[in-house]
Write a protein that binds this ligand. Sequence first.
Ligand SMILES: NC(=O)c1ccc[n+]([C@@H]2O[C@H](COP(=O)([O-])OP(=O)(O)OC[C@H]3O[C@@H](n4cnc5c(N)ncnc54)[C@H](O)[C@@H]3O)[C@@H](O)[C@H]2O)c1
Length: 252
Amino acid sequence: MTNILLSGANGKMGQAVTRAIEQNDLVTISAGFDINTEQKAGYPVYDDLSQVTEPVDAIIDFSHPAMLDRILDYATAQNIPAVICTTGLSTDQLSRIEYESKNIPIFFSANMSLGVNLLIDLVSRAAKILEDQFDIEIIEKHHNQKLDAPSGTALAIADAIADTVSYPAEYTYDRHSVRKKRDKREIGIHAVRGGTIVGEHEVLFAGTDECISLKHTATSKEVFAVGAVKAALFLKNQKPGLYAMKDLIAAQ
Ligand SMILES: NC(=O)c1ccc[n+]([C@@H]2O[C@H](COP(=O)([O-])OP(=O)(O)OC[C@H]3O[C@@H](n4cnc5c(N)ncnc54)[C@H](O)[C@@H]3O)[C@@H](O)[C@H]2O)c1
C-alpha cells in the first residue's frame, strides 16, 4: 500500500484525488495538508507539516504556489517523492523544483491528463511542418474560479512550439494596447474565463485560405486526479530526478 500526503486536500482537486484514491486498492491517503484543516474524509488535515506523524510514501500537491516551499522542505528533509501539480509557479519556484530533483524524485506537470500531453506532442509536430506559412494562436478556456492566466498548460504548449520552430518565438498575451500587424514570430496566447468549464486548450494554425485546429477538452477534473495518482505510484520506484508525463507514458 502506498501512503499519500495530499497537499491542498480540501480544494476541488484535493477532493477529486480523494475520490480517485477511494477507487484504488494500491493507494491510501494517510494525511492531508491545507490552510483549511476541516476533516472531510477519513484522514486528518494539518496546516503544519511538522504535525504529520502518519506514514508517507509520496506527496501529491494540488494547492497554491504559497505552499511550495513548505512542501519541498518537508519532502527533501524526509526523502519523500513529490508530485507537484499546482500551477502559476514563479521562475524561481520552477528552478527550486529542478534543484531539489537532484535529491528526491519530483514529478511536475502543468497538466496531468494523458490527452493533453498527446495534444502537446501533436502540436509540436504540426508546428514543425507549418511554421513558415501558418500563424499560431493558443486559446484556453477555464472556469471562473481559476486564479492564474494563461493556464500552465497553455504556456507548456507555447513552450513546446517555441522549442520546435526555427525562429525565436514571441508570446503575445493581448493585442488591445498596441496597434500593429501581427508578427510572424508571435504565438498568441488567449485566456477565456467563465462558468464551470473544466479546461479547454485549442491551438489554431491559421494559414492563407486554410486553418487547422487541434483541441483538447477535459469534461471532469477526475482525469487530472487519476493522472496524479498514477504519477505518485510511478515516482515511488524512481531514482532522484525530474519527471514529466512523457516519462509516465513511456513506462506504461
Ligand atoms: N497539473 C494539473 O493537471 C492541474 C489540474 C487542475 C488544477 N491544477 C492546479 O492545482 C491547484 C489547485 O486547484 P483547485 O482547483 O483544487 O483549487 P482550489 O482553490 O479548489 O484548492 C486549493 C486548495 O489549496 C489550499 N491552499 C493552501 N494554501 C493556500 C494559500 N496560501 N492560498 C490559497 N489556498 C491555499 C486551499 O485551502 C484549497 O483547499 C491550482 O494551482 C490549479 O491550477 C493543476
